[in-house]
Ligand binder design. Structure first.
Ligand code: EPZ
Length: 429
């Protein structure tokens, strides 16, 4: 298996260009299924989850062409059978968006139950509740969710929990339904807004995205368009955290500072200096971080996808910090890994109590999921000695060119190819 080898202790200086948002791309690509034309999506990250989603559409009959590393052209009119099998979608949580998109176009969908990161139960009851109010019936049969409706009629749904996926799926299923749909207790994440903007560019009539009430008037057709995806707030936050942990002075380009507000506020509370410009942020840190408490919440609260990263920062902060995970049931599987690097922390219910220590020491660790993997990289960069991170396929799902971006600002990190399982691309020829 490939792994990352990190020699810790380097201060990071320079510039990193942030890629397009993974969680916007994996929603916008299936949304193309609803289009009656050809769509070109720009500023997409070259990562496994995005390439995987494009491949699913291709296997279903869409024409998918990579224009270049960060642009893709899709014509989904070739999809005739609204079925996404387990083999096609097995390890991709975002495959659940195929339910909304296929239902919205065909009034029918058969999609294998999603996989994805392993941090507790990942239900879809709210997604099904939304489809139900539009007139769709569902059944779960041999691992497939089967949806069908004679027709889809706009209605009102009040979600029991604020769910990014259920909000996105409800927009996809209702955008061409007859009449008006209202989504109450909607998620407000930037990628929810980006999807609404993409659909409106195609001719949809969606208002209120980014607030907790979204109103949708169904339309007949959605035309093909060219659309550029927003920058990735979590990728940006991850690199901000890396600079905070190693010390240094790094400018992140191609960001929307407003999307980073809760991360910026928390890092400033810890003593990090952050300068916001129109489409960049400068992160500067040259001293020990201060302790603080963090509680993850739906947007605009502190993002759960930054929870492992911020916890790592607090392992060397002076004093006791508490990080509470209020979105997911169990997103602390990485704790045992950083404990092996000398961190002093213990999980108590939905929180982890962190006692700051003087230093972390490098050790062999593994990525337990995508964001935990990113946190392991941060831990290695700020530890003394050598850290190896295994199971890095999790990281490749969501971070484009992570080695190039980090070595470009002075990190000592490389990808080690296991002679049996894989060889460096340049040697593949
Ligand atoms: C999206 O997952 C993201 N994934 C996750 O990011 C992110 O952690 C999460 O939103 C929260 O921001 C993508 O966008 C592909 P939810 P999603 O529905 O939509 C409960 C990453 O690292 N819930 O907002 O699956 C659920 O159990 C990934 O990029 C129900 O109870 O998350 C959770 O406790 C990891 N019933 C809470 O809501 C439902 O039907 C929030 O989940 C749906 C969700």
């Amino acid at each position: 298996m490939e792994k990352f080898e990190i020699h810790g202790g380097n201060v990071l200086n320079g510039t990193i260009k942030i890629s397009g948002a993974k969680n916007a791309a994996v929603a916008i690509i299936p949304a193309v299924i609803l289009s009656d034309g050809v769509c070109t999506i720009e500023n997409i990250p070259d990562i496994d989850d995005v390439n995987g989603m494009a491949e699913i559409l291709s296997k279903m009959g869409a024409s998918v062409k990579k224009i270049d590393k960060s642009a893709i052209e899709i014509d989904a009119r070739g999809i005739k059978d609204p079925v996404a099998t387990y083999d096609q979608v097995r390890n991709m949580r975002a495959s659940c968006y195929l339910m909304g998109a296929l239902l919205g176009r065909f009034c029918r969908a058969e999609v294998a139950l999603p996989g994805g990161c392993d941090f507790g139960v990942r239900p879809v009851d709210q997604h099904l509740k939304g489809f139900g109010v539009l007139g769709a019936e569902h059944q779960v049969d041999s691992g497939m969710i089967k949806l069908k409706a004679d027709s889809l009629t706009g209605s009102r749904v009040y979600f029991d929990v604020t769910s990014v996926g259920a909000t996105i799926n409800m927009m996809l299923a209702s955008v061409k339904a007859k009449g008006k749909t209202t989504i109450e207790n909607a998620a407000k994440e930037p990628h929810v807004v980006d999807l609404a903007n993409f659909l409106n560019t195609m001719g949809a009539d969606i208002r209120g995205a980014g607030t907790d009430v979204i109103k949708i008037n169904g339309v007949e057709t959605l035309k093909g368009v060219t659309y550029s995806i927003i920058p990735d707030q979590i990728e940006a936050g991850t690199y901000m955290a890396a600079v905070a942990f190693t010390g240094g002075d790094v400018t992140l380009q191609n960001v929307i500072p407003k999307h980073l507000e809760s991360i910026t506020a928390k890092l400033r509370e810890m003593g990090v200096v952050i300068e916001e410009n129109d489409d960049s942020v400068r992160v500067f840190c040259d001293k020990k971080l201060k302790r603080c408490n963090v509680k993850t919440m739906p947007h605009p609260g502190f993002p759960t996808d930054m929870q492992p990263q911020i916890a790592v920062l607090l392992t060397k902060a002076r004093g006791t910090s508490i990080v509470t995970e209020a979105v997911w049931d169990d997103r602390f599987k990485y704790i045992d890994e950083i404990r092996r690097m000398g961190a002093d922390l213990k999980v108590e219910g939905k929180s982890v109590v962190i006692e700051g220590v003087e230093k972390l020491t490098g050790a062999p660790v593994r990525a337990t999921d995508l964001r935990a993997g990113a946190a392991m990289i941060i831990a290695g960069l700020g530890a003394e000695g050598v850290t190896t991170v295994e199971e890095i396929h999790h990281i490749d799902r969501g971070y484009e060119d992570v080695i190039e971006k980090l070595t470009g600002v002075g990190a000592d990190i490389k990808r080690i190819y296991n002679e049996v399982s894989s060889v460096p691309p340049e040697q593949k020829k």
